[in-house]
Design a protein around this ligand. Structure first.
Ligand SMILES: [Zn+2]
Length: 207
């Protein structure tokens, strides 16, 4: 992995604008990136210069490079089910902070997230968690603390998806590296939710 830093001229605001514009192109069906050409590979072989880091779900319907119409080298993407702030994800975020210096970090949840749904179902059953996904569910359960279990399943899931984004944001902001970068004004932390039905990315919070 090359560790060229982000372009210092790209501010966090500009990086967020690029993501929003890319998502608009994606939804309109007018992507800028329509395929790799050999000359692009030669140019990109000099190293990555991502302008944003994205912590997103591993769900096959939510590939950040596509939904933000990004080309190779533009996004540093960490994907784990439920975008949980697990040790491996945390280590990759630290790498993005320390070696790539990307000005923007987005936590990207999505409507209908299966990992969040599994946590809701586990809470509803009040039974033992499926041992196959124990670690995943336990990492998400704290996000459900403020989600009313009496809501309809769909509303519970939608609220829980947002809460799970905010949980990851809090854990990042509370980490040693995250706190250091936020206090130094070297990072904008943004939460967002992707809707598979419309293709739209909706911003939640900006820190
Ligand atoms: Zn998911």
């Amino acid at each position: 992995m090359d560790d060229s830093p982000a372009d210092p001229l790209v501010t966090a605001d500009a990086a967020l604008h690029r993501l929003i514009e890319g998502n608009a192109r994606y939804r309109a069906g007018h992507p800028r990136f329509t395929g790799m050409r050999p000359e692009m590979l030669a140019e990109l072989s000099h190293g990555q210069q991502p302008f944003a880091t994205i912590l997103g779900c591993a769900d096959a319907l939510v590939p950040p490079e596509l939904i933000f119409d990004a080309v190779l080298g533009e996004l540093f993407v960490i994907r784990v089910a439920g975008h949980i702030h697990a040790p491996d994800a945390s280590a990759s975020l630290d790498y993005a902070h320390a070696c790539l210096d990307t000005p923007l970090l987005m936590v990207l949840g999505h409507e209908g997230c299966g990992a969040v749904r599994a946590a809701i179902e586990s809470r509803a059953r009040r039974a033992s968690i499926d041992p196959g996904i124990e670690g995943l569910v336990e990492a998400i359960l704290p996000a459900l603390a403020e989600v009313n279990a009496d809501l309809s399943p769909d509303r519970q899931l939608s609220r829980a998806v947002e809460a799970n984004v905010r949980l990851a944001m809090t854990r990042i902001a509370d980490s040693a590296e995250g706190r250091r970068r936020l206090e130094a004004g070297r990072m904008m932390l943004v939460g967002a939710v992707y809707d598979e039905g419309t293709g739209r990315v909706r911003l939640l919070d900006v820190v």
